[in-house]
Design a protein around this ligand. Structure first.
Ligand code: ADP
Ligand code: MG
Length: 407
């Protein structure tokens, strides 16, 4: 879909209380008994919209979730540590509510001055947030709508969810996209509708069944398709190559064969691994070998990374492209022995003279863990599931409610 969203410029916020859905779902670690925020990329990504609103005299009330508390308060999933980190990044105190809604929240919000920031407790502590029943979600959204006059949707990581703070609340108040959602959608819109050529798509990750809809949606546009990661072994098996004990989804062989045929018919250059790194188990010190795919993977061994020759070929194809979309690690990058393929692809992404977009939670984590210079990539998405669904060509419920043609 081409996504013309209502944006902050369409919203008068001076003196108003603005409810802001942000994605502050960050990893937490316990250091010396203190809970601390790990990679704070998502908190940082939320700062520009918060500051935009504060600078214009809004009172900002943030709604966010952390993990999966399944509809009840879980102390370990409190947003308190996030409030601390957000305060540091904003350089102003963030007032933390201990509740998701109700009188205590109402009192806190009533006491806000223009420019103040409050954070409500983990919205998923309330079962109505993720309820399958739209009436229950609407009930919670109406409680929140009482707190303010405007709604800004900036949690890109949740716009593919039909949840009270994402969809129903947007229907209760004048609602627009925040700067992060605007930036994310613009990046995907550009590569989906108007990619400069050559246009390459690199896919990896564990499950081929997760990614085939992306392949189907992108095939009509793309010039080169590179497949690595666990998903490549279903492609290789579909071509009759021995893949040993590698990840293979037998029930996807037909769909994959169809993809291969489609690519050939459309003149898409399909690059599959010609060599792979194999081991007998997924562990740090497992002995590894590189095998040619022509020879195949012996029984008892599994492919855990693309091989060096494949990595070079993929990197060269990436570097010579004008648009590259990458989703899914090339191997089990969490272990150094199987990270070289993912590193080669990630580094090549930083060397492209053109537009580069990375989607996928683990792919973004890989960039961080491998110490890749993310400033050299056009766009690294903050949303795993949401970015995948955009690449699948789906209409996301949290974006549909922000469309210009719907008021
Ligand atoms: P993303 O979150 O970026 O969309 P996925 O969730 O699809 O990526 O896949 C990431 C996971 O795939 C990683 O945990 C990685 O270890 C795993 N993986 C990659 N290659 C292989 C492989 N050859 N065998 C098994 N697992 C793999
Ligand atoms: Mg993942």
């Amino acid at each position: 879909m081409s996504m013309h969203l209502r944006t902050l410029d369409d919203l008068n916020v001076a003196g108003k209380t603005v409810l802001l859905r942000a994605d502050l779902n960050v990893p937490l670690h316990t250091v010396d008994g203190q809970v601390q925020v790990g990679d704070d990329k998502r908190i940082r990504a939320s700062v520009p919209t918060i500051n935009w609103l504060r600078e214009r005299g809004a009172r900002v009330v943030i709604l966010a979730h952390l993990g999966r508390p399944k509809g009840k308060p879980v102390p370990e999933l409190s947003l308190r540590p996030v409030a601390v980190r957000l305060s540091e990044l904003l350089g102003t105190p963030v007032l933390m509510a201990d509740q998701v809604s109700g009188p205590a929240v109402e009192r806190l919000v009533a006491g806000l001055e223009p420019g103040d920031v409050a954070l409500l407790e983990n919205v998923r502590f309330d079962p109505r947030e993720t309820s399958k029943d739209a009436d229950e979600r609407t009930e919670l959204a109406r409680d929140w709508a009482e707190l303010g006059e405007r709604y800004v949707s900036d949690g890109f990581g949740v716009v593919h969810r039909e949840q009270a703070s994402v969809t129903e609340l947007a229907l209760e108040l004048p609602a627009v996209a925040g700067l992060l959602v605007e930036r994310e959608v613009a990046a995907f819109d550009k590569v989906l509708t108007d990619p400069a050529r050559p246009y390459s798509v690199v896919l990896g990750g564990s499950k081929v069944s997760d990614k085939l809809k992306v392949v189907a949606n992108l095939l009509p546009q793309v010039d080169r398709l590179m497949i690595g990661g666990g998903m490549c072994f279903t492609f290789l098996a579909a071509q009759g190559l021995p893949v040993g004990g590698s990840l293979v989804e037998l029930d996807q062989i037909d769909a994959v064969s169809d993809c291969i045929a489609q690519a050939a018919q459309r003149g898409v250059q399909l690059l599959l691994p010609t060599d792979v790194v194999i081991a007998q188990e997924i562990s740090v010190d497992a002995p590894t070998q590189v095998v040619e795919m022509e020879a195949g993977i012996p029984d008892g061994w599994m492919g855990l990374d693309i091989g060096p020759r494949t990595a070079q070929a993929f990197a060269a194809a990436i570097r010579s492209s004008a648009t590259v979309v990458w989703n899914g690690p090339m191997g089990v990058f969490e272990l150094p022995a199987f990270a070289a393929g993912t590193r080669a692809v990630a580094e090549a992404m930083t060397e492209v003279d053109g537009t580069t977009v990375v989607g996928g939670g683990d792919s973004a984590a890989a960039l961080h863990e491998l110490g890749i210079d993310e400033s050299a990539i056009t766009h690294v998405s903050t949303g795993g599931g949401a970015s995948l669904e955009l690449l699948e060509g789906k209409t996301l419920p949290g974006l549909a409610v922000l469309r210009r043609d719907i008021s």
